[in-house]
Design a protein around this ligand. Structure first.
Ligand code: IMP
Length: 438
């Protein structure tokens, strides 16, 4: 069995994958991010120091580990350089421990402008994007007019392609009476000056990863966002523009599916969502506000308050299938510590009928009625606990219930932001397979 695994968000992102990658990275040699861009925000606390990583996999914080950014990621060079500077200033040596795919697409200055215009045009139906230019960069990739990291190796053709793309964008902007970019040459020159500084990190990632795997190295493939934000399998159109589900690990790095041993899903003990779109188990008013405050549910990248709600079992079952999850990691269990009762959404109904499939249509998902089962709370602090047996019986029963509902074993529980605030479940097959600490 291949030791390499994919770590994927089960919900709408922000499940705490950064901390989990950091906790797991000890068992892997390389951590490879396969999609998304600087829209993700992974908060990791190491020795009491807080790092917010947007592009670089959190494996970089472990000495000796290699962090890889795959071809499925869209790269904002300025954001990458800033992030390298921040972590180097914090005393983390980067050097050749960071590799960036030479096939990754770039985010150019006009992508952000394009996104602002698109969101404004959608009005009340806006997606509520992170405004990082992610969607428009992926649009250009699909339209075969994108610029890739490897284009930076050829300054003349890079400038030409960039100016051609800008001329086309200006044409559209002018046609609808919008603002055009007045000095394309200047924009391209400025971009070039910073972007070329990422070239030392450029690597043929597929070749690198496959060679390292041939030598017996284990890779942890890290997804950003979550399955319900996946372009194909998420709550379209309220999704991100890339393949966040586990399948994206292969296309986003150039590693074949047969080389990946298992997929592990990360889910909060409740649910959150940022941006627009249906959210069946959302809780409004004071109850939702309490979850938000206790869980500090504010976007790591945008600072936006997250919408909060209860654990959604139909969504977890759907995610388990789409990703073929071998195990679940449950994060932020301690946020539920003070509740007397904890509802869990167990079934969707529409017009009195039970829905057996997670609906494809955002309209249907927005109209479902959720049937809840209410579990007793434990009213004791679980913060920082490190063994399953220390958990209050009702907390164990809660974990058991959501695991049964999702149809996936729980392998690990995160009880705080720190690396060691982690419970490995001894009876988990996944934990024993990976020889994780028990
Ligand atoms: P985009 O990825 O900026 O295009 O935004 C599309 C949707 O995905 C919006 O609803 C965002 O709020 C959401 N989104 C993007 N990145 C993240 C993330 O890292 N966590 C949670 N939501 C995200």
């Amino acid at each position: 069995m291949e030791k390499s695994a994919v770590l994927v968000g089960v919900q709408w992102g922000d499940e705490g994958k950064g901390k989990v990658v950091d906790a797991l990275a000890e068992q892997f040699d390389i951590v490879a991010r396969y999609q998304g861009g600087a829209n993700a925000g992974h908060t990791v606390v190491v020795d009491g120091r807080k790092f917010i990583l947007q592009l670089i996999p959190s494996g970089i914080l472990r000495p000796g580990k290699v962090a890889v950014i795959g071809n499925g990621v869209v790269l904002d060079p300025e954001a990458l350089l800033d992030e390298i500077k921040t972590i180097e200033n914090a005393g983390v040596e980067v050097g050749d421990r960071l590799r960036v795919s030479n096939r990754s697409h770039l985010i150019l200055p006009y992508h952000r402008l394009q996104e602002q215009a698109a969101e404004a045009a959608r009005g009340a139906g806006k997606i509520g994007t992170t405004a990082k230019g992610i969607g428009p960069s992926y649009e250009d990739k699909s339209a075969r007019r994108g610029l890739r990291c490897s284009d930076l190796e050829h300054p003349e053709s890079f400038r030409r392609k960039c100016l051609e793309a800008l001329a086309e964008k200006n044409l559209y902007a002018a046609a609808i009476g919008g603002e055009v970019i007045a000095d394309p040459e200047l924009v391209v020159e400025k971009f070039w000056c910073s972007a070329r500084r990422i070239l030392p990190y450029a690597t043929d990632v597929s070749s690198y990863l496959n060679q390292e795997m041939d030598r017996g190295k284990a890779v942890l493939f890290e997804g950003a966002q979550g399955t319900l934000l996946d372009l194909d399998h998420g709550t379209y159109p309220y999704v991100t523009s890339s393949s966040a589900a586990a399948g994206g690990a292969c296309t986003g790095t150039g590693v074949g599916p047969g080389r990946i041993g298992s997929v592990v899903g990360v889910s909060k003990a409740y649910t959150t969502r940022v941006g627009s779109g249906p959210f069946p188990t959302e809780v409004h008013g004071d109850e939702g506000g309490q979850l938000r405050e206790r869980g500090n549910e504010y976007g790591a990248v945008t600072g936006r308050p997250r919408r909060c709600g209860w654990f959604d079992a139909p969504a977890a079952r759907y995610s388990a299938r789409v990703n073929h999850l071998a195990a679940l990691v449950i994060t932020k269990l301690d946020i539920l510590d003070e509740l007397d009762e904890i509802p869990v959404g167990v079934e969707y109904e529409i017009e009195g009928r039970t829905l057996h499939e997670f609906p494809a249509s955002a309209e249907t998902l927005g109209a479902v009625k959720v049937r809840y089962e209410v579990l007793p709370g434990w009213r004791r602090s679980t913060f920082g606990l490190r063994s399953h047996s220390e958990l209050p019986p009702n907390a164990r029963a809660y974990l058991h219930f959501i695991s049964e509902q999702a149809g996936v074993e729980v392998a690990m529980v995160s009880t705080g932001p720190g690396r060691d605030q982690t419970i490995w479940i001894e009876s988990s097959r996944w934990v024993s397979q990976f020889a994780l600490p028990k």
